[in-house]
Write a protein of this length. Structure first.
Length: 265
């Protein structure tokens, strides 16, 4: 049973007819201009050649963006890489047809490697331009026809997350790459990639100001950033985390199993 409704088919057919009409118009303009030395050919021949080029280019390059978007998640590849691959593949038959039509049956022959590569590169560059323009047109058409179909822009895509409040307590020369917090009496020693500094603050209050930094309080006196762990030392039941700067943070026995289950070691 065909699930496509007439309402769904009509926009597609209309868009296809508009696109083909546009290609024909472009072909007519190119035929009148007569680029690449074709102006000396008869007008009727130029019309056939350039309209044919325009329509064939549309057939070969127009589906690339849609296919790239559909295949990217399945192949786990970026869509832009698939677009480039699509242009390179589509340019092969396009280059052959352009070569044959431009030269005519009596002068086809086999081009040399250098000539063939130069010809292919020119065709691929034009194909890439066609693909880019077609992609932009499709995006604009989708946005105009159905704004809801365009994925909403979330704050995370346009705004840099606010830094953790605790980092405001550190001097600028220590940077913002926090590695660990170590409790010293009524102070907390903040270890960063560039050094350390004492901050007059209780450990629990300091941890509460670490929003956005992934880490855990591994011991009553230590908080450690997840990405700063370089190695793990074991001495019987005692476990210590070796950090990027060589600092060793003890892990309380109660936290060994939860950290192990979370993939810390």
């Amino acid at each position: 049973m065909n699930s496509s409704s007439p309402r769904e088919e009509k926009p597609f057919v209309s868009r296809l007819l508009v696109d083909l009409a546009t290609m024909v118009a472009i072909g007519v303009v190119l035929a009148l201009i007569g680029p690449f030395g074709s102006f000396n050919d008869p007008l009727h021949l130029r019309l056939v050649v350039w309209i044919g080029f325009a329509v064939l280019g549309y057939i070969l390059y127009a589906p690339i963006d849609t296919l790239a978007q559909r295949l990217a998640p399945k192949l786990q590849l970026p869509a832009w890489a698939l677009r480039i691959a699509g242009v390179l593949i589509a340019s092969l038959p396009m280059a052959i047809v352009v070569w044959m039509i431009q030269r005519g049956p009596d002068r086809w022959g086999w081009p040399g490697l250098e000539t063939a590569m130069t010809h292919y590169i020119y065709v691929a560059m034009i194909g890439a331009l066609i693909t880019i323009v077609n992609t932009l047109i499709q995006r604009q058409a989708q946005a105009s026809a159905d704004p809801a179909s365009v994925p909403p822009v979330t704050p995370s895509e346009t705004e840099t997350p606010a830094p953790a409040r605790f980092l405001d307590r550190l001097p600028p020369e220590l940077g913002t790459q926090l590695i660990a917090l170590e409790m010293e009496d009524h102070y907390v020693r903040a270890h960063t990639a560039l050094g350390s500094e004492l901050v007059l603050l209780r450990m629990r209050d300091a941890v509460a100001e670490l929003d956005g930094i992934e880490g855990e309080q591994v011991h009553r006196s230590w908080w450690v950033a997840r990405g700063a762990v370089a190695n793990v030392k074991r001495d019987g039941r005692n476990v210590r985390l070796v950090l990027d700067t060589g600092i060793e943070a003890p892990v309380s026995r109660a936290n060994v199993t939860p950290l192990k289950d979370a993939g810390w070691f």
